[in-house]
Design a protein around this ligand. Structure first.
Ligand code: CA
Length: 224
């Protein structure tokens, strides 16, 4: 299990790392928010322990950017602040738990273990890319907090694209997976369905998420 700690106070970072390493975790450290975000966005971690007040980029902004990139690793916030509005803000932005400094290592380890038991279920039922969120259990999609009115097929299509964010998905695969049809025939049905999906998902928003890869299929990703 790999954990990233982003904490600027060397003493806390060092002692937290030791406690986790003794408990058998593989630990990577960052001293400020930019490096923390870069590591969290480019490498795979099972959990991120994130201080709120950090140089260069605060913990809230790190978690917001991570969730927008579709990264779902659970985040445990560390903070010297213990007032409720901050705590709520952290959780609303996509944090999973909150620990107030100073904390006992037994408490930290208990929270870490509890978060590590959760991610599979959590990843399975909610997916996020940028401002798009899919609830796979309730079959609901929202963009920028607004509900998208999708048919069952459109939702399945979108879920497949989101689950494979950044990968080009061939029309034939979409046909197989979403329409449960396995043949090399007419994939026009896909183009029509994607067209309808785009009208709801992308047309009302400045950032387009679905892109056509000519002759192949479609990819869902942010392109600046
Ligand atoms: Ca700090």
């Amino acid at each position: 299990m790999r954990i990233l700690i982003v904490e600027d106070e060397a003493k806390i970072r060092g002692s937290t790392k030791r406690a986790l390493v003794e408990d058998g975790f593989n630990v990577v450290e960052a001293e400020e928010g930019e490096t923390g975000l870069h590591l969290a966005a480019t490498e795979e971690f099972d959990l991120i322990i994130l201080d709120v007040m950090l140089p260069l980029r605060d913990g809230w902004s790190v978690v917001k950017a991570l969730r927008e990139k579709g990264k779902q690793a659970p985040v445990l916030f560390l903070s010297a602040r213990d007032d409720v509005p901050d705590r709520v803000k952290g959780l609303e932005l996509g944090g999973d738990d909150y620990l107030v400094k100073p904390f006992a290592f037994s408490e930290l380890l208990a929270r870490v273990r509890s978060l590590l038991r959760r991610p599979a279920a959590r990843q399975a039922d909610k997916l996020r890319v940028e401002d798009l969120e899919l609830d796979l259990v309730r079959h609901k999609a929202t963009r920028g907090g607004k509900a998208l009115d999708l048919t069952a097929k459109e939702f399945s299509l979108l879920a497949l694209l989101v689950q494979r964010t950044g990968e080009v998905i061939a029309r034939t695969l979409l046909l197989e997976q979403v329409w449960d049809v396995n043949f090399d025939g007419d994939t026009n049905v896909i183009d029509v369905a994607v067209g309808r999906l785009r009208k709801k998902l992308d047309d009302p928003f400045p950032t387009k998420l679905i892109h056509t890869v000519r002759g192949v299929g479609y990819v869902l990703e942010r392109r600046d």
